[in-house]
Each structure stands twice: as structure tokens, then as C-alpha cells.
Design a protein around this ligand. Sequence first.
Ligand SMILES: *Cc1c(COP(=O)(O)O)cnc(C)c1O
Length: 378
Amino acid sequence: MSADLLGQFDPEMTDFMNQVMALYRPIFGTDNRWTMLIDGTARAGIEAALVSLVAAGDKVLVLNSGRFGLLLTEILSRIGASIETIDVPWGEIVPMETLAAAIERTSPRLVAAVHGDTSTTMAQPLDGFGALCRAAGAFSYVDVTATIGGMQIAADRWGVDVVSGGLQKCLGGPSGSAPITISDRAAEHIFRRRHIEKGIRREDIVDGHGPRIPSNYFDLAMIMDYWSEKRLNHHTEATSMLYAARECARIALGEGLEKRYARHRAAGRAMAAGLRAMGLTLFGNDSYRMSNVTGVYIPETVDGEAIRHAMRTNFEIEIGTAFGPLEGRIWRLGAMGYNAMKHKVLLTLGALEACLRAQGHPVAMGEAVPAALEAWDA
Ligand SMILES: *Cc1c(COP(=O)(O)O)cnc(C)c1O
């Protein structure tokens, strides 16, 4: 990131932009031509996708099973979309049959979901997701911020139209760039919206593509033109962030995606085994855990915040709190990117054990680390 700044029309820079497009295709599991970066944190990618895909009054079906499903509805409500949600308790996922029934009932223009909702530590299964949406004439969007680079993203196999993420979770980069991929069919829809004149009345729109995209910065049609051979000027590229995004992808592909996913799975397995061996109870549906963050109930006899503070001050380890209905009920232990390493998981478990014991919680001493070691290699 400390490399010399280049303008976005410098041939060296446009070459970097093309490299970024190529590097992120395997990471998203796609052949999509339109695979690029939105400047801003992950939410910039989410907002660009939603504001470019749907307009006020469009019906959108949201899989709402955690904090980030709620974020989708929040952004969509500002767009003025007509929102339908499939609500499941935090810690559960939406079964495909439930999704199919909801699509049939609501006939949405877009179905929006979160892959790994870090607030609940659950990963939504997405095989067959895009096909269900397409069969009903709907576009599909998935937020993969928390899983990209750590769990397999399969945009093409899932058949999802737009997928966006961020650098700061499993890709181990700085926050401030949002990789995104867009199917040709979604791109065509977005380009057509650009050509519809400002001011046209909704009821006059016959092709169903909706009115003009009401954002300049997040107008994906303009951003695609900017990343295309046309190189139409839009924003000033966030050069250093682009270098960072490129390097994150190079490192991930250098490690090998399969190896990287296996490393995250090992970390998740070890963390879960260690916590259980300590006598703690994991949160959520066991069949759908994210491999890179583990939720665990805070024992009733301890003060969750005091433990977090003790972990931070004595061991320099930060464990997560929780939001909404889970606030004060669970901790979330992340093992993403550079933290998905054996020694970090083992140190975290040892530290947690010591902090629990110091607070007088009757923890099974000395069990967690060996259990985690065994589970890592299982
Ligand atoms: C962390 C996270 C985000 C974060 O968005 P930012 O704008 O980068 O803060 C979005 N979605 C999900 C699922 C996340 O886990």
C-alpha cells in the first residue's frame, strides 16, 4: 500500500485493474466479466448492488436471519423497495423449501441474502439458490463479506447474479475495498436502467427495467464503464486500496483456495472442540456453522464483558460480543485470515480457560487445548 500512487488512466494502473478483475474471479468462483472493486468498506458493495438492481416500489425478498439480513432491509427501505422477509430465529438458516415457497408467494424482482452472517455465526446454504430465483424471473444478491477467502464462494454454481464482499475478514486485508461480481444478465439490466431518462414516470416504463439509478457514486453502470476498455471517468480510484485488494487476492491464490478453506475449517473445528472440552455450550445450528467464527454461550455465572476485558488486557486477544437478541448471551470467537492458525486458536482457548477460572467458573482445566490439537488434524 505504500507503493507510488498512480492515476487511474496510467497504463500501469489499468493493467493492475485488469489483474484485479482476473484475480477475483476464482475467489468468487465465477467467470463473470464484471468482477471488480467498489471503493469503500463492504457496505459500499452491498449498497452499490442494491441501488443498481432495484428501484423504489420493486418487490425484494430478504432472507432475514441475523444482523446483516437486517442491514439489507435497512438499505432497501431507504431505496423505497417493497420488502418481504423470510424471518428465522438467529442461529438458524433458511431451508430451500421455505425459500421456494416464499418466492412463489411474493414474486420478487430480487432475492437478497447473506452467506455467512457473522452476528449469528451461521452460513446459509446457497446451492440451488440462483436457480430458484431465475426460474421465478428474479435477480439474486448475496453478501459474502464474512466468508470470502475463508469459505468457498461459488457465484456461478450458486447461480447468483451479484455477489459482494470486503477485504477485512478472511482475506486478511485492510477495510476499505469491496470486491464485487456481476452476472451478464444483471449487468444488462443495470446498463438499461442507465438509458432510461431521468424524470420518466414509473407507470410509463414498459420494459420493466425501472427508473434511473438514484446514486452516482454507487451506479454500477458507471462503475462498469470505468473498469471496461472504455475507461470512462467516474471516481478517482482509491489506488492504495486497489494495491491492497490485489495483494490480498495474490496471497490467497498463492496459498491455494482449497488449502485456505481447509485451514479455516481446521481452525473452526479446533475452536469448537476446545470450547466443548472446556464444558461450554456452542450457539446455533451445528450443521450450518461458519468455519471462521464460533459462537458460544456465556456461562450464567460469569460476567461476559469482564472476561472479554481480561482476555484483552492479559492476553492481547479480542473476542467478540454479540448484537440484538444475542447481546450478553454469546461470545463470538473469530479465526479468520491470519487468525485461522493453529497457535492462535490454541492460545485463545488457553487464555479463555484461564480467564474463566480466574472468575471462579468451574472450567474443565487442561482439556481444551489437547482437544483442539486433535480436532485440528481430524
Ligand atoms: C463484517 C460484515 C460486513 C461489514 O461491512 P463494512 O462496511 O465493511 O463494515 C458486511 N456484511 C457482513 C456479512 C459482515 O460480516
